[in-house]
Ligand binder design. Structure first.
Ligand code: FPP
Length: 243
């Protein structure tokens, strides 16, 4: 039985601990826009607004890390207009970062910044620096991120660092990922009705719990996060150990 209904907005007081780290695949923006006869970019704008709402909510209820998939290494295949729109949304968010300083929300971008404009890379560094002393939620935005690409970069770094084969451990690899220093996600949420990982945090999600919903990302609300957390807290995590 559900610990509380989808209508309520508070985190239940029973069950296991809250997830420290929630990773989200923000899927369904295009379909949300199409159903309204709007361009895909309108779906992404609505999705960006949802992202802010959910980040604020996670901060309020005491989640420590939230990692969102904003642009994958495969998303360059989309139209130039859509790609530019997504880059502009990131730019707007970074320019607005002072707002998040007030809310005590930290920021980190993860991904390969090599193909990004130098001014955007500078903006990322500035926003991260401005928010570095925040002690609330850390928001990680995956931008030009791909899980396989991340592992390729980590392997190159191992070679560059001259690490001998016998010293290549799981920690040595984790320390060279874009997410170095960030604990692995406890819970992965994918709205939008698809049931796949899409090259997202493939190393880090080895023991994550998964929660899927048909709700499209722009319609995703605090109630949905509550439902995902409720399901997570009712699960028995054994990390490969016996019951
Ligand atoms: C997938 O939905 C979504 C994306 C590729 C982009 C997600 C980006 C945002 C929500 C903007 C975030 C902005 C910031 C600043 C973090 P889709 O377009 O593939 O949807 P569809 O499957 O319905 O076509």
């Amino acid at each position: 039985m559900a610990l509380f209904s989808r209508k309520k907005r508070s985190v239940p007081i029973t069950g296991g601990p809250l997830p420290a780290h929630i990773a989200i695949i923000m899927d369904g923006n295009g379909r949300w826009a199409k159903r309204r006869g709007l361009p895909r970019s309108a779906g992404h704008s609505a999705g960006a607004a949802t992202f802010k709402t959910i980040a604020r909510y996670c901060n309020r209820i005491g989640i420590k890390y939230m990692t969102v998939y904003a642009f994958s290494t495969e998303n360059w295949k989309r139209s130039q207009e859509e790609v530019n729109g997504l880059i502009d949304l990131l730019r707007g968010y970074l320019l607005d970062s002072k707002t998040f300083q007030k809310e005590n929300i930290r920021l980190k971008l993860i991904g390969d910044f090599e193909p990004l404009d130098p001014d955007l890379v500078a903006l990322i560094a500035k926003a991260e620096e401005d928010l570095k002393d925040a002690t609330g939620l850390q928001v990680n935005i995956a931008f030009n991120y791909g899980g396989r690409d991340e592992l390729v970069h980590a392997a190159r770094r191992l070679v560059r660092d001259g690490v001998p084969p016998e010293e290549i451990t799981e920690d040595a690899i984790s320390d060279r990922l874009y997410t170095a220093g960030i604990p692995d996600p406890d819970l992965v949420i994918r709205p939008g009705g698809e049931y796949r990982l899409s090259n997202y945090l493939i190393w880090q999600t080895a023991y994550a719990e998964f929660w899927f919903t048909d709700v499209l990302w722009p319609d995703f609300s605090e109630r949905d996060i509550d439902a995902a957390i409720e399901a997570y807290r009712a699960r028995d995590r054994r990390f490969g150990g016996a019951k």
